[in-house]
Write a protein that binds this ligand. Structure first.
Ligand code: PMT
Length: 223
């Protein structure tokens, strides 16, 4: 039954958007609600996994019974995920992580001055890429949120970030992507398209994704 497909597996799921602070009251973020990652965490738990959910800024409520780790920035998410990576069997990176952060974080609320203000940004660490580089036994699932050339960019991310599977999400389609209850995705592995999942609830997408992951896990000794 699906109640034991991931029994004994340690699963890390990231969800939500990161927040990159400018000052004590202002930050850069994105539209991620956390719903996609939360649905994956909940589905993994229902399949018997031990789930750690690393969540950034979210508007939905997280599932009960998972080990919830709240973070703000991409840097904090990197630290939270890498600290638990060695013990993990599966990592699913559904979070929308900032690619850039302010170079200077002001300790005081920024004051108004001239008519224009230029913010200088610098690259954040790429968490998925770091996980790909350090991968040993883990099954690594990335996401690719795109608004054009979905298959091409998803396959490129899969290869560059050394993922086992990538969830390609065309976030310009209606009923798909950020803050929706539903999603539309395509799953790719190194060989190309694995499965196309048409419009359906994020919960249903989560379950199908994890069933495919479970089929692909190495069989452990003695089972
Ligand atoms: O949260 P919801 O409202 O339910 O919306 C779901 C979603 C649209 C956020 C989700 O389905 C999704 O597509 N998540 C990935 C969003 C994203 O940041 O995609 P990306 O193509 O920019 O990044 C590619 C992958 O690298 C992602 O797995 C991302 O987590 C990871 N990444 C990106 C940048 C970075 N600095 N570190 C990372 O690990």
């Amino acid at each position: 039954s699906s109640g034991s497909l991931l029994a004994g597996k340690r699963v890390i799921v990231t969800a939500g958007g990161t927040m990159e602070r400018l000052d004590p009251v202002r930050y850069l973020t994105n539209d991620s609600s956390g719903k996609m990652g939360f649905a994956i965490a909940e589905a993994a738990q229902l399949m018997g996994a031990e789930v750690t959910l690393v969540a950034g800024r979210t508007s939905a409520s997280p599932p009960a019974g998972v080990n919830l780790v709240k973070v703000e920035s991409a840097e904090q998410m990197l630290v939270a995920v890498t600290a638990r990576y060695d013990e993990a069997d599966i990592v699913v990176k559904a979070a929308a992580v900032a690619d850039y952060r302010p170079v200077v974080v002001s300790g005081q609320k920024l004051k108004k001055s001239g008519d224009r203000l230029t913010l200088e940004l610098e690259r954040t660490a790429d968490i998925l890429q770091t996980l790909g580089e350090r991968k040993k036994h883990q099954f690594l699932v990335g996401f690719a949120a795109e608004t054009e050339q979905l298959d091409h960019y998803a396959m490129d991310k899969l290869r560059r970030k050394n993922c086992d599977l990538i969830v390609a999400n065309d976030v310009s389609e209606s009923g798909a992507g950020f803050n929706e209850e539903t999603n539309i995705v395509k799953l790719f592995d190194a060989g190309g398209l694995v499965e196309s999942l048409p419009l359906q609830s994020k919960r249903s997408i989560a379950r199908k994704l994890l069933e495919i992951v479970a089929e692909r896990l190495p069989r452990s000794g003695g089972m």
